[in-house]
Design a protein around this ligand. Sequence first.
Ligand code: GDP
Length: 305
Amino acid sequence: LVRLRARLSRSQNTLGKGLLTLLSREHLDEETWEEIEDTLLTADVGVAPTQELVERLRERVKVLGTRTPEGLRALLREELLTLIGTDADRSVHTANGIGNGGDEIPGVVMVVGVNGTGKTTTTGKLARVLVADGKSVVLGAADTFRAAAADQLQTWGERVGARTVRGPEGGDPASIAFDAVKEGIAESADVVLIDTAGRLHTKTGLMDELGKVKRVVEKHGPVGEVLLVLDATTGQNGLVQARVFAEVVDITGVVLTKLDGTAKGGIIVAVQRELGVPVKLIGLGEGADDLAPFEPEAFVDALID
Ligand code: GDP
């Protein structure tokens, strides 16, 4: 929590503290509620969730007559948690339900998203977490579009102790993904992580490619998880991307990267609404240890404490 707080310091100041300061004003007049609304909108919480939150806060402050700093903090905490949701399954499913932990088919995780959002970095960080957890991991470098992506992934693999399966430059992503899972089976690996390419400007190509990667991998067995990587700093643009990806492949979880560099943590609420899938992991920096599970309570505490 201490680390999370340090990493989120900017978001914390602008969003959480801002809201608390406003709520603590002596007179909660119309203008103040508008400022609260603006603060939430600026943090990319989204219009509908913002209105819901403000309405609930108004109602509860009125009914309960809460005026103490502790009371207001508790109220805000509770309402932010209601907005984010605390009962979603946010675990990354690395088991495929058929066999895992030494059985014949490894759990397969596909990592998708627009190039530049942090896909390859996230794949590397996730491998590190899994390896540290005692799992054997194979990486599939199926982002054959970005020239350096396979090298970058392989470097991560070498660093964390995971074999990287790659193909020729410009090779067929689906066949690399297929080979990676085959390698995973041969090695009795626990998990295969597949990094994919994300070219948003050619939607049909992307659709064909991601769909094909998934179908081909499924010849071995089901894909346990399709993680969509979104860059938190891109705000509403990220939502547009999310929509496009959700159309082409069934997303099972979101990774929100670069939360260390933005005050727009509210995008967590907006993206969950948009996709109907939970944020599972958050990226808090470029380093190997900078991937954290998304825990609503810890996140909200870091925002307002
Ligand atoms: P890809 O094209 O989607 O595979 O993107 P990369 O993994 O190459 O990442 C793009 C850039 O974003 C790199 O410079 C990464 O170091 C950086 N990056 C990735 N995740 C994070 C994060 O959580 N925080 C910060 N500050 N930078 C990140």
